[in-house]
Write a protein that binds this ligand. Structure first.
Ligand code: NAD
Length: 360
């Protein structure tokens, strides 16, 4: 969803209201308002907040009053802090119990709800992909900046202990020089999902799960690609893929010369994994992107750190709370999400043009 210049400036004007200054968090727990009561928020993030050290749920935004009331009762949210999509920002602005929002809506709604939340004087933790275009990402970053609010993209893997151990091994020479990385993430999608609607999703599996492979390559190498080459297809003509790709494969070239290959799919379950091949060994995470049961091998030895759902979400909520309290930049700020979008836009362009695309 692209925001009109008018609504964007109106929202920013709201952010400057002096009354909002009274809402700075103290040493109490950071209060999150959950925007969108779907699978990720109800099944993962909210249980994560419950397990967190520094956070609690203090508001809900939903279009389904019954569901919202049920969740409010479960998490002790007062009925007065249940809001509708239409006016949540206006009403939430004067609620001092809400420090931050968690945006868990279809991808094309992330920009609007981030900008409106920042305008209401709240920090924003936004689900991946950050938005459906670089232009939207820029608007989100600008809105949070002018409101003086923090923006974090919910890249839970960047705080996850196995991923961090793999990253340390890749970057410290434990497997020698990193020669190649490959990664895959795909699942068989059911018909009727908003993920198959281009307007809501922005794209197909690349935007949804391929982004984890892209992140794995960037996290393990510590570099951003300078060139991509990609192809896509639709093999199942059963109506699901009228708007988005079914399968997509792509390669990336990095400044050091490193080459990586990735694939993503809505037609098959690939498990979700990555491998970093070095001149003296290999790092393998499989599964690498699930909420639980991750497995790490370095140079053929089991190195898995035990970590169970919903700890990835508890950690994410706590990290953002710490950034808010200590006025620190989040590890995965808006710029991180924007970089992924820039690369994914180049990958889609490569698919359309059937040739390599250079990234400046
Ligand atoms: P979902 O379909 O389960 O939930 C979407 C929510 O948005 C629902 O509450 C729905 O009612 C609401 N909504 C409001 N307007 C809507 C509309 N026009 N169409 C459809 N739904 C609408 O989706 P989800 O799986 O929870 O995904 C939500 C976001 O979270 C997506 O951006 C997704 O990429 C992200 N996500 C992240 C992870 C992760 O591990 N970080 C995992 C899953 C999803």
């Amino acid at each position: 969803m692209s925001l009109s210049r008018r609504s964007f400036s109106a929202t920013l004007a709201g952010a400057a209201a002096p009354a909002l200054k009274a809402q700075q968090p103290s040493s109490r727990k950071i209060g999150y308002c959950i925007i969108g009561l779907g699978r990720i928020s109800m099944n993962e993030f909210m249980p994560g907040v419950e397990k967190s050290e520094h956070c609690r749920i203090t508001g809900l935004v939903s279009g389904h009053p019954e569901k919202a009331q049920k969740m409010a009762a479960k998490y002790g949210v007062p009925a007065t802090s249940i809001y509708s999509y239409e006016d949540f920002d206006r009403k939430m602005a004067s609620n001092p119990e809400i420090d931050a929002v968690y945006v868990a809506l279809p991808n094309s709604m992330h920009a609007e709800y981030t900008v409106r939340s920042a305008g209401a004087g709240k920090h924003v933790l936004c689900e991946k992909p950050m938005a459906t275009s670089v232009a939207e990402a820029q608007q989100m970053i600008a809105a949070c900046k002018s409101a003086g609010k923090k923006l974090m993209i919910a890249y839970r893997c960047q705080l996850e202990p196995n991923t961090l151990k793999a990253q340390q091994a890749a970057r410290s020479g434990q497997i020698g020089r990193v020669e190649l990385i490959d990664s895959s993430f795909g699942f068989t999608i059911a018909p009727g999902e908003w993920r198959l609607n281009k307007k809501l999703a922005g794209g197909g599996p690349l935007m949804d799960v391929g982004i984890y492979c892209l992140q794995a390559c960037r996290i393990m190498s510590g570099e951003d690609p300078v060139e991509v080459d990609a192809r896509w297809n639709v093999l199942d003509h059963d109506g699901r893929f009228a708007e988005v790709e079914e399968n997509l494969v792509w390669s990336m070239r990095f400044p050091s010369g490193l080459l990586t290959t990735c694939n993503t799919s809505y037609g098959t379950n690939t498990g979700g994994w990555f491998r970093v091949y070095g001149s003296k060994g290999m790092i393998e995470m499989q599964p690498a992107f699930s909420y639980d049961g991750l497995k790490l091998q370095i140079n053929g030895k089991e190195q898995t750190v035990e970590d169970h759902n919903p700890m990835q979400f508890a950690r994410e909520a706590d990290h953002f709370a710490e950034c808010i309290r200590q006025d620190k930049a989040p590890k995965t700020a808006g710029e991180e999400g924007q970089t992924d979008l820039r690369i994914m836009e180049a990958i889609y362009r490569s698919c359309r043009e059937q040739g390599p695309v250079k990234l400046a």
